[in-house]
Design a protein around this ligand. Structure first.
Ligand code: PEP
Length: 250
């Protein structure tokens, strides 16, 4: 059985007090669940989140990471630094990083390798833009994004990879891929992983869907056989909504 995962990407939201309060609320409201639950606060609040969640069934993860160990990279954070404050998972390749910070497939390959070298699990985001889908190029785009950054990894590296398919046109727009569109793409991704690695890897890798998942649509999207959970933006900022999505599997 693949691990079911729901991860909240808090992006550039929540100051120190807001972070503490939302975590307290989440911890209080989270029922017993077999779903792996993660939240990604901003860097400045990450260490305190790790500490606040110590021993609890919610993991605090990072939103980004640099590919070098240290040096003259003003404003950046290394894998070793994340490890040193107890972070075990990082989101890489989010479409906002790709669009606003010009992160390329080549750069992301370096980041993925550096994270894995440091025993940091990767939630790898990818997905086509609206123009790609309109042109019928969504499969080609996704294949390219995965090939460059992940498809050359050795089989054992896949134990630390979580995939997050996020069609850019559905992120923060209120528009979701239909459950059928999500399933179609997730099946395509799983087939690609089988070809690049093995059937065993493809069967065990969790593939999350991201893009305007809300309490009202989570259950239908998560009911699809190749959808193993969600990466949630806006709806992860309200404890009730996030918990409703987490429990959509139950
Ligand atoms: C995201 O940013 O990863 C995301 C899926 O955002 P939203 O849920 O707000 O569309």
């Amino acid at each position: 059985m693949r691990t079911k995962i729901v991860a909240g990407n808090w992006k550039m939201n929540m100051d120190k007090e807001g972070t503490r309060a939302l975590l307290t609320d989440l911890v209080a409201k989270l029922p017993q669940t077999s779903t792996l639950v993660m939240v990604a606060p901003t860097f400045v609040n990450l260490e305190s989140a790790v500490n606040q969640l110590s021993g609890l069934p919610i993991e605090a993860v990072a939103q980004n990471m640099h590919f070098e160990d240290s040096g003259a990279y003003t404003g950046e954070i290394s894998a070793g630094m994340l490890r040193s404050v107890g972070v075990q998972t990082v989101i890489l390749g989010h479409s906002e990083r790709r669009a606003y910070f010009h992160e390329t497939d080549e750069l992301l390959e370096k980041k993925v390798r550096k994270a894995l070298e440091n025993d940091i699990r990767v939630i790898f985001c990818f997905g086509e833009e609206l123009a790609d889908r309109k042109a019928g190029k969504q499969f080609e785009v996704v294949q390219r994004q995965l090939s460059k950054a992940l498809f050359n990894l050795p089989e054992n590296a896949w134990e630390d990879i979580i995939l997050a398919y996020e069609p850019v046109w559905a992120i923060g727009t209120g528009e979701t891929a239909s459950p059928e569109q999500a399933q179609e793409m997730h099946a395509f991704i799983r087939k690609g992983v089988a070809e690049a690695s093995s059937e065993k890897t493809a069967d065990s890798v969790s593939i999350l869907y991201g893009g305007s998942v809300k309490p009202g649509n989570a259950r239908e999207i998560f009911s699809k056989p190749d959808v193993d959970g969600g990466l949630i933006g806006g709806a992860s900022l309200k404890a009730e909504d996030f918990i409703a999505i987490v429990t959509a599997f139950d």
